[in-house]
Design a protein around this ligand. Structure first.
Ligand code: GLU
Length: 511
C-alpha cells in the first residue's frame, strides 16, 4: 500500500523567515494537500548559538498570514511530538552510537587548535579545500587512530568529543531529485561531517535524517542550497538501514535578485527597494527594522499567488489562483530547474488584481480606517470613492493617499500643468459652468457633463483643451479617475468653491 504523503517544513529559528523560506513552505503545503497528505512544521534549533528570540513565533505568524495550515507542529502537537529538535535532544545519541558500532562513524577528540593546525598544514601543502576526510582522518586524534583503551579512557573520563561520519573514500553517490533528475556526487567531495557535537547536541545533518525518518516523511521539498548535503543524507539513510523508506527529494530553484545576479538573500533587507520578509521584523539585539509584505500593504492571497508563480507555473495562461485552485493545479514536475528572478512589479500587479476583486464595501473600510481625525465620511460615500479609485491603486493605504482631494480642497496645484493648460478663456468658461450648476435639476456625473459641454460650446472651446485645467482646479493633481464622477462625489457647493479659489490662485497663468 502506498504510504500517506507526509512533508515537513523545517526552518531554523535564526532570524525572520526569508521570502524564499515562505515559498518552500508554500510548495510543501500545496504538494501535501494535492496528494491528500499531511504537512508538519519542525523547528530545527540544534545550533543554540544561532538561536534568535522571537524567530519561532515569526515563523508561525508568517505561515498563518499566508493561510498555510499545519497538521502537526510544536503548537498543534501531533503523533511525533515534540516537534522542536532541542526538545528531542535525548533521542539522537542512540542513532549516532548505532553508526559507530556499525563502523560508519567514529569518535574524534581533536581540539580546536589541532583542527586549525591540520587546516594550516594542508593549506601549506596547497590542498584547495582542507577538510577532515578519508585521508586526513588518519592523521588526527580519533577512535580510528588511537588505541582502543585510550578511546575508552577518554570517553569514561569525560573528555570532549564529537562523532563524525566515516565517509567512504571512493564511491559515487547517486540520488534522484524530482526536479533535477539524477544527481551524482563523488564521496571524495564530502568531508567527515560531525554528527554529534561536544555539547551532546546533534548537528543538522543527523537530526534532520533521524527526524525525517521517525516522522515518516515521504518527500523532502527544500531550497537548492541543501542539494550539496543531499548525498551525505543518502549515506546516512543507507548506514542507518532506512534506505527503503528514504524520502524523495525535490530541491527548489533559488530566488534570484531582480537583475539575475546572485541569490536574493536575507541581507538584501530593504536595500533593493522591496521587502524580503513576509512580516515586519525588528532585530531583538540590534533593534534594526526590516519591512514585511503584510505591513507594506500586500494582501495575503495575492502574495501567495505571486509566490506560487516564483518557480512554478501551471502550463496555462491562467495567472490568478485561489489557494484551493493552486492546490488543484500544483505539481512538482512543473517547477523550473533554473533560478527565478524576483520581480516586485509582478507582486504589485497581483496585489492590484486582488484588491480590485474585493467588494466595494470591503475596500471602503480601508479608506475609512485611514481617515485622519476630524474628517468624516459615510460608508456610502466611501464606497463611491473606492469604486472609482480602485483601478488606480496598488495598496489599501493608497485609497487615502490618492483620494485625499475628495475630502480636502487642494492647497497646491500642479504648476507644470497650470503653465501649459490654464487659460483666460478656460477660466471664464469654468466660472460660467460654476454659476450654472445652481440651475441643474440633478447633480450627477451625466447631468454635470452635459452642462459642461454646453458651456464649452458656447465659449468656442473643446473639452480636450480645458479638461486638465479643470482637473487641477478641482483636485490639484494631473491624473485621477473620471472628473465628472469626482464632481458628483465632492458635491455642488464644494465644486463651486474649488473653481472660485483656483481661478483666483491660478490667475497668473491666464493668458
Ligand atoms: N533547518 C534547515 C533550514 O534551515 C532545513 C533544511 C531542510 O529542509 O532539510 O533550512
Amino acid at each position: 500500500m502506498a504510504r500517506e504523503v507526509r512533508v515537513r517544513f523545517a526552518p531554523s529559528p535564526t532570524g525572520p523567515l526569508h521570502i524564499g523560506g515562505v515559498r518552500t513552505a508554500l510548495y510543501n503545503y500545496l504538494f501535501a494537500k494535492k496528494m491528500g497528505g499531511k504537512m508538519l512544521l519542525r523547528i530545527e534549533d540544534t545550533d543554540q548559538t544561532r538561536f534568535v528570540p522571537g524567530a519561532e513565533q515569526y515563523i508561525f505568524d508568517s505561515l498563518e498570514w499566508c493561510g498555510i495550515k499545519l497538521d502537526e507542529s510544536p503548537v498543534h502537537g501531533g503523533p511525533h511530538a515534540p516537534y522542536r529538535q532541542s526538545e528531542r535532544k535525548p533521542m539522537y545519541m542512540e542513532y549516532a552510537l548505532q553508526l559507530v558500532e556499525a563502523g560508519h562513524a567514529y569518535y574524534a577528540f581533536d581540539t580546536a587548535e589541532e583542527l586549525d593546525e591540520m587546516r594550516e598544514r594542508l593549506k601549506a601543502a596547497k590542498v584547495a579545500t582542507p577538510q577532515y576526510n578519508a585521508i586526513t582522518r588518519a592523521t588526527m586524534k580519533n577512535s580510528l587512530t588511537l588505541p582502543e583503551d585510550e578511546v575508552k579512557r577518554r570517553l569514561e573520563s569525560g573528555d570532549p568529543y564529537v562523532i563524525r561520519l566515516k565517509v567512504p573514500r571512493k564511491e559515487e553517490i547517486r540520488l534522484k531529485d524530482m526536479i533535477r533528475g539524477w544527481v551524482m556526487v563523488h564521496s571524495s567531495a564530502i568531508d567527515d561531517k560531525v554528527l554529534m557535537k561536544s555539547d551532546g547536541m546533534p548537528t543538522y545533518h543527523l537530526a534532520n535524517i533521524v527526524d525525517d525518518h521517525l516522522m515518516e516523511i515521504t518527500h523532502v521539498i527544500r531550497g537548492e542550497e541543501w542539494l550539496p548535503s543531499a548525498p551525505l543524507h543518502v549515506l546516512l539513510y543507507r548506514y542507518l538501514g532506512w534506505e527503503d523508506t528514504m524520502p524523495e527529494f525535490a530541491h527548489l530553484p533559488l530566488l534570484l535578485k531582480p537583475d539575475g545576479n546572485g541569490k536574493l538573500s536575507k541581507r538584501d533587507g530593504d536595500k533593493l527597494g522591496f521587502p524580503v520578509f513576509p512580516l515586519n521584523w525588528t532585530d531583538p539585539v540590534s533593534g534594526e527594522k526590516s519591512s514585511g509584505y503584510r505591513e507594506a500593504g500586500y494582501l495575503a492571497d495575492g502574495f501567495v499567488n505571486f509566490l506560487a508563480f516564483l518557480g512554478w507555473n501551471p502550463g496555462t495562461q491562467q495567472e490568478l489562483f485561489t489557494m484551493d485552485e493552486l492546490i488543484e493545479a500544483f505539481s512538482i514536475e512543473r517547477i523550473g530547474k533554473s533560478g527565478t528572478r524576483f520581480d516586485i512589479q509582478k507582486a504589485r500587479w497581483y496585489n492590484e488584481q486582488y484588491l480590485r476583486a474585493k467588494p466595494d464595501a470591503e475596500l471602503a473600510q480601508y479608506l475609512l480606517a485611514a481617515l485622519p481625525e476630524g474628517i468624516d465620511c459615510t460608508p456610502e460615500r466611501a464606497e463611491k470613492i473606492v469604486s472609482i479609485m480602485k483601478e488606480r491603486v496598488t495598496f489599501p493605504q493608497d485609497f487615502w493617499k490618492e483620494a485625499a482631494y475628495f475630502f480636502v480642497a487642494p492647497t497646491e496645484y500642479n504648476e507644470q500643468v497650470a503653465a501649459k493648460k490654464w487659460s483666460a478663456a478656460g477660466a471664464n468658461a469654468f466660472i460660467q459652468f460654476k454659476n450654472e450648476l445652481d440651475s441643474l435639476p440633478d447633480f450627477d456625473a451625466d447631468t454635470v457633463k452635459a452642462q459642461l459641454l454646453q458651456v464649452l460650446e458656447q465659449n468656442g472651446l473643446k473639452i480636450g483643451q480645458v479638461m486638465q485645467a479643470l482637473r487641477i482646479a478641482l483636485t490639484g493633481v494631473e491624473a485621477g479617475p473620471d472628473l465628472m464622477a469626482i464632481i458628483e462625489i465632492i458635491g455642488k457647493e464644494e465644486t463651486q468653491r474649488r473653481i472660485e479659489v483656483a481661478v483666483e490662485r491660478l490667475s497668473q497663468y491666464a493668458k
